[in-house]
Design a protein around this ligand. Structure first.
Ligand code: AVJ
Length: 320
């Protein structure tokens, strides 16, 4: 495989995990941030999720990007494509192809918390786009936006519906911080999964093959590995719940029976009552008017709004 240089802004991963575990597992209602799913194994499990029959968002978004990549290239004249939470960058190739053909693109800047996923993606893109400058950044998109390289005009792509992992207030803060690092006339390309019936949504997060369940439990394996904890993964049941009031999917790990877990690396003992759960992820679903309003509140003007043929997933192209 091609070797690539990555720039890393993740300085104290153990310390960050320790702080998150202490905050989340001592709370009245236990929770953990979803970014800890994505070690090498978790990133691979997520790639498998994207291929599941029940998990439609990846296919729906790909349909939109395949149809609109040429429009995106023409409208933006992008010199730099930045991708936040890039993972495998598989769908991004549609954008790279269109922007390369359009003739403006100079560099690609994928940013991800998973060094393994990023290294693999950056190497594959470097090999397949020899004229492109690829500058992978290992980092957290809530912390490391101000360090993004590349010449203007830039397009910041935040795809897959990952914005749905934020709570509404965090979302507003995040969108404003993206707007702040961009100059006037630069772009945000945002993927948002749309509100739909409960069954489709809950099944997308609870597949028959159990891949999402393994992905969910992976956060416990990460805590075991990094903080020396003794979570028994079989003691926790995977739950996918559509919260119709907040319009988000909530993934939970529910204790099948009473259990006490030791987490030496966080100097913590955590007690679970039978049936008590940890909220491990929210995945908010959107309505078109809501997306536009949130982008406007952050200082973006939506220039284009596209959906797939089944109107399951929306993609906004917004201008700073
Ligand atoms: C990568 C955050 C977009 O919320 O749909 C998939 C993660 N979690 N199945 C999503 C996920 C469970 C995914 N994102």
């Amino acid at each position: 495989m091609t070797e690539v240089d990555l720039e890393s802004h993740r300085r104290d991963v153990e310390g960050e995990l320790r702080a998150d575990v202490r905050a989340g597992l001592t709370a009245e209602r236990k929770w953990l941030p979803p970014k800890w799913f994505y070690d090498a194994e978790g990133s691979e499990l997520f790639e498998k999720i994207t291929e599941l029959p029940e998990y439609y968002p990846t296919r729906s978004e790909r349909e939109v990007l395949a149809a609109r990549a040429g429009d995106i290239a023409r409208l933006t004249d992008a010199h730099t494509l930045v991708e936040l939470g890039s993972g495998s960058s598989e769908k991004t190739r549609l954008l790279l192809d269109a922007l390369t053909e359009h003739g403006t693109l100079e560099s690609f800047v994928p940013l991800d918390v998973s060094e393994s996923a990023l290294a693999e993606a950056a190497a594959a893109i470097t090999a397949d786009y020899p004229k492109l400058e690829v500058r992978g950044v290992v980092g957290d998109f809530t912390q490391h936006l101000n360090l993004l390289p590349g010449t203007a005009p830039r397009v910041v792509a935040f795809l897959g519906g990952t914005i749905g992992n934020f709570l509404p207030e965090e979302r507003a803060t995040f969108l404003r911080s993206v707007r702040e690092v961009l100059d006037e006339g630069e772009w945000l390309l945002l993927g948002t999964d749309l509100v739909k019936d409960r069954e489709t949504l809950e099944r997308a997060y609870d597949d028959a093959a159990g891949v999402t369940a393994a992905f969910n439990r992976n956060v416990l394996r990460v805590i075991n590995a990094r903080l020396g904890a003794n979570f028994d993964l079989d003691a926790f049941e995977h739950v996918s719940h559509w919260d119709a009031e907040h319009e988000w999917i909530e993934m939970r790990l529910r204790a099948r029976h009473e259990v006490t877990v030791a987490i030496p690396g966080a100097e913590l003992q955590v007690h679970f009552a039978a049936g008590e759960h940890i909220r491990t992820e929210i995945s908010a679903k959107f309505r078109p008017a809501g997306v536009e309003a949130e982008l406007a509140a952050a200082g973006f003007a939506v220039e284009r709004w596209w959906t797939d043929s089944q109107e399951r997933f929306g993609v906004s192209l917004a201008r700073s």
